[in-house]
Design a protein around this ligand. Structure first.
Ligand code: SAH
Length: 364
């Protein structure tokens, strides 16, 4: 499976699109908002103010969150400028994602976005920069601010070594690390994360100016040990149920591994320390509810939609293109109906809270 070809969120702005079902990610951005504002304030206070701030949102996807981030950044910088009685800088904003991303959904909303912005239009220029952030995207010494929200848990490739020497899969009945996975599976995923994240940091290091700000949030794993189920583990269990029902072939499940890894805070800090180009400024871990999807579409609580269904809608918007390319488009309705029911059962006994981290670093 070539990740670049199959990893993209559901396009357009219909019922199952990412645009309609991205409120879990919005929730994470809101939780990290205060920390981002503090980091931008420090950036502005720390050195000379560029006349043109060049920034990028890495893994912008196709929903409303990316323009919300742009708005929030401009508002924060503007209020600092007003306070310091300085001229407001120009913003050159790049929206980055893999080439399969539906950038046009964002472009179509640009006219109304510019209208809402408390800034004259020739002060903010927005463009797309398609490509993988695991590698170079910009010239040397170019960016002042790099942002990424809820994207760095995606791997560039399926981890290597998830098969024994004889070719049998190590994580046969699962699609991601789960309770029944052998410990070596987690190690292979961690290896893949370490390689990717190192490449991410060295690429950004070349592209950013000294003192530039790198701020990101991502899905993470609790440092405190013990196994906590993830939504992907429950997707794997649902696919396994469909194998037992005779709907999906066992070999299809055995040959699918999710290109994803949610690291612990310590794992992130360790790779950053080893790579060495960035100085850690602040970091925070917080909980994000799995089921806030659906509010944006007006079909959340009070509209006859269960919590399980809301989780299913968010995960469908994120994972459907990738899962459909392997298991078949015709399996998707059945998979997400069963998953919603399983999630409702799970949420009777569990809090349905995932872990996320926000990290702020500056380029040395
Ligand atoms: N930041 C957005 C989107 C999060 S979804 C928000 O908060 O709503 C994660 C996005 O990361 C997806 O659109 C996915 O295509 C993108 N992504 C994953 N791996 C990527 C890579 N290697 N390079 C660029 N984008 C990537």
């Amino acid at each position: 499976m070539e990740v670049v070809q199959v990893l993209h969120m559901n396009e357009g702005d219909g019922k199952t699109s990412y645009t309609t079902n991205s409120s879990v990610q919005k929730q994470a951005m809101l939780k990290a908002k205060h920390m981002l504002e503090e980091s931008i304030t420090e950036l502005c206070n720390s050195g000379s103010f560029p006349e043109c701030i060049r920034m990028v949102d890495l893994g912008c996807s196709s929903g409303p969150n990316t323009l919300q981030l742009v708005k929030q950044t401009i508002e924060t910088v503007n209020s600092i400028c007003k306070r310091l009685n300085r001229e407001i800088p120009t913003f050159q904003v790049f929206l980055n994602d893999l080439p399969g991303n539906d950038f046009n959904v964002i472009f179509r909303s640009l006219p109304s976005f510019y209208e809402q912005l408390d800034l004259c239009k020739d002060k903010c220029f927005i463009a797309a920069m398609p490509g993988s952030f695991y590698g170079r995207l910009f010239p040397d010494n170019f960016l002042h601010f790099v942002h990424s929200s809820y994207s760095l848990h995606w791997r560039s490739h399926v981890p290597e070594g998830l098969r024994t020497q004889s070719g049998s899969p190590l994580n046969k009945e699962n699609i991601y690390i789960s309770k029944t996975s052998p410990p070596s599976v987690r190690e292979k995923y961690l290896d893949a994360f370490r390689k990717d994240f190192r490449l991410f940091l060295s690429s950004r290091s070349a592209e950013m100016v000294a003192g530039g700000l790198l701020f990101f949030t991502m899905v993470a794993t609790d440092d405190s040990g013990g196994h906590r189920s993830t939504v992907w583990e429950l997707i794997g269990i649902t696919i396994h149920d469909m194998v037992l029902e005779g709907l999906i072939e066992e070999s299809k499940l055995a040959s699918f591994d999710l290109p994803y890894y949610a690291p612990t805070m310590e794992e992130v800090r360790q790779v950053a320390g080893e790579e060495g180009s960035f100085e850690l400024q602040s970091h925070e871990a917080f909980r994000v509810a799995w089921d806030s999807s659906g509010y944006a579409a007006g079909i959340g609580n009070g509209h006859g939609c269960t919590r399980g269904k809301r989780v299913a809608m968010n995960i469908r918007a994120v994972g459907e293109p990738m899962l459909a390319s392997h298991f078949g488009v015709e399996m998707m309705d059945g998979l997400f109906e069963r998953f919603a029911a399983k999630m409702d059962e799970h949420l009777k006994l569990n809090d349905g809270l995932g872990v996320a981290i926000a990290i702020s670093m500056t380029k040395k």
